[in-house]
Every structure is written in structure tokens, then in C-alpha cells.
Write a protein that binds this ligand. Structure first.
Ligand SMILES: [Zn+2]
Ligand SMILES: [Zn+2]
Length: 295
């Protein structure tokens, strides 16, 4: 299958329609991962930076591996070059955010920026289990979680936030509602609807460690290895094997709320045909309508 190494092109984007937003980008292990979600103004990782990523204001870095992180500052500088005035915000796991800052600064100095002129981009350190609103989207909240990979890595869930009328006030007419509000009665409750969860690079067991991800409308998860002989390799490298995905699907079964489960980050040694054939053979029939290969 070595000839297939030359066929993947990180700037040739994959497009998937989902109930939350069209999703586009590229994700092949070792080459590049970037996953753009334009309707949520969000991008997961920046292993390449196509021009379509320039308008996106929020970028989440799952971990420091180059194929995910390499173009983070290219995104920042291309925006400046193209006259985008608003600062983009980079969400970075707290445990690597200081290293990221050192890297960002040395890259700028390497490019000839004078130390006195250097200014950090907007960086939001992210910690697990803390829900935070996206900087420019008060209707979208992000909650990150830790996953198991060869280096510290995080996944996350994007929630749609809204206020809903409390059940006891449903059916009341507008005048009554206005009156209640005037009297200071709290008539609404807060609702966080899980839209999209993404795993980052991880061992397959991280899916069941974070099983709330199956409540999202869309789940994006890595599936680096497919073939039987690659199972040991997947454990060694801290990646998911197709068998891990199937195990998690079978265990969650009726509790899966996802309308789409996008499998990404396949090993570059597999051709597109090999990936499609392996999924066709390996995914149980009852889950097939949910599964999309991000190729
Ligand atoms: Zn990776
Ligand atoms: Zn990685």
C-alpha cells in the first residue's frame, strides 16, 4: 500500500453535511488535521491553514503534535495580512499553553519580529470540565475533556446555549408572562444542547471514558488504524483502532444520540478504497447510516 502515501493532499478538503453545520477540512495521521465548522465559527486544530480557515474566529488546539498544531500562527498572521481586524482566539490545553507561548514567540523572533514589537495572540488556556462561552459567540459554549494519547491531549464538546420557558409557564399568554417577569419571577431555565463533540488523537478507550460525547448530534473521532495486524501499533502509538470504535458503539448502542459519527485521522498508509472497504466490513450494519469517513 506504499504507493498510496502520495495520494493524500492536505489542502484538498473533505466536505460533510451535518445537522449542526457543514464540516470541511482534512485529517490524515502524520500529514495534517484541521476541521472547520463555519456555522459555529470554530476550527479544530490547524495542521494546515487553507484560506477557508481565515474567517474562523475560534481555533481549538487538541495537542502539540505538529500535524495538528503547525499552522496555528500561520492562521494568525494570514488574518493580519488579509486585514481581518478582529483577533482570533486560540483555545489551548492549559498544561501546554506556556510551551505554546514560548513556541509562538520564538517563531515570531525567528521571522524577524523585534522583541519590543512582539505581541501574543489571544490565547485561552483550557481546563477540563469547565464550560466557557466562545469569545464571539454567546450562544456557543465549549467544554473540554482529557483523552489518552502519547502526549497531553484534549477533546471537547460544543454546546448550543439557550433560555427556555420553564415547564410550569408553558401555555400562559403573553400578558401573564410579562406580568410575571415584572414581578421578578424567573420564568426561564438555561439549556445547553450538545451539538458537536470531537476527541482529538486518543486511544479508543477514551470514547468510553467520556461517554457523554455520544449525546452530541455529531461526534468526530479518530480511527487511525483499521487492519487486524495494526492493533498492537494503535495501542503503542496512543491511537484508536476500528475495533475500539466498534466496541464503544456496541457498548453504547441504544444510548447513542449522534446523528453522524465522523471517523477521521486514518493512517496515511491506507488508500481511500482500503478505508471504505475496511469500514464496510468492520462497522455493524445497524450503525452504518451514522458513520461517515472523513476522506
Ligand atoms: Zn495526529
Ligand atoms: Zn497526536
Amino acid at each position: 500500500m506504499n504507493e498510496s502515501k502520495n495520494i493524500h493532499n492536505a489542502l484538498r478538503q473533505v466536505h460533510v453535511n451535518t445537522p449542526c453545520s457543514p464540516i470541511s477540512g482534512f485529517s490524515i495521521s502524520g500529514l495534517a488535521t484541521y476541521i472547520q465548522i463555519p456555522e459555529l465559527d470554530f476550527c479544530i486544530d490547524m495542521g494546515e491553514c487553507p484560506l477557508t480557515a481565515i474567517p474562523l474566529d475560534h481555533v481549538f488546539l487538541t495537542h502539540a503534535h505538529g500535524d495538528h498544531a503547525r499552522c496555528l500562527m500561520r492562521h494568525h498572521s494570514l488574518r493580519k495580512m488579509m486585514g481581518v481586524e478582529r483577533d482570533s482566539v486560540y483555545y489551548i490545553p492549559e498544561c501546554i499553553s506556556e510551551n505554546a507561548k514560548a513556541w509562538i514567540k520564538s517563531e515570531a523572533l525567528f521571522e524577524g519580529v523585534a522583541e519590543s514589537k512582539f505581541r501574543y495572540p489571544e490565547i485561552e488556556p483550557v481546563t477540563a470540565s469547565k464550560r466557557q462561552f466562545l469569545r464571539y459567540r454567546k450562544d456557543i459554549a465549549l467544554e473540554a475533556f482529557e483523552v489518552k494519547h502519547s502526549i497531553p491531549t484534549m477533546g471537547g464538546t460544543l454546546y448550543f446555549y439557550k433560555k427556555k420557558l420553564k415547564d410550569e409557564f408553558l401555555g400562559k399568554d403573553a400578558a401573564e408572562i410579562i406580568e410575571l417577569r415584572k414581578n421578578g419571577v424567573e420564568i426561564t431555565r438555561e439549556v445547553y444542547e450538545p451539538l458537536i463533540s470531537f476527541m482529538g488523537d486518543c486511544l479508543g478507550e477514551s470514547l468510553l471514558d467520556n461517554r457523554q460525547v455520544f449525546q452530541s448530534k455529531v461526534l468526530i473521532t479518530e480511527c487511525t488504524f483499521l487492519d487486524d495486524e495494526d492493533e498492537a501499533m494503535s495501542k503503542k502509538k496512543g491511537h484508536s483502532h476500528l475495533k475500539d470504535i466498534v466496541r464503544a458503539l456496541n457498548e453504547m448502542d441504544g444510548d447513542i444520540k449522534c446523528e453522524k459519527i465522523i471517523l477521521s485521522h486514518f493512517s496515511m498508509k491506507y488508500s481511500d478504497k482500503h478505508i471504505r472497504d475496511a469500514l464496510d466490513k468492520g462497522i455493524p450494519e445497524k450503525f452504518k447510516d451514522k458513520i461517515v469517513a472523513f476522506i
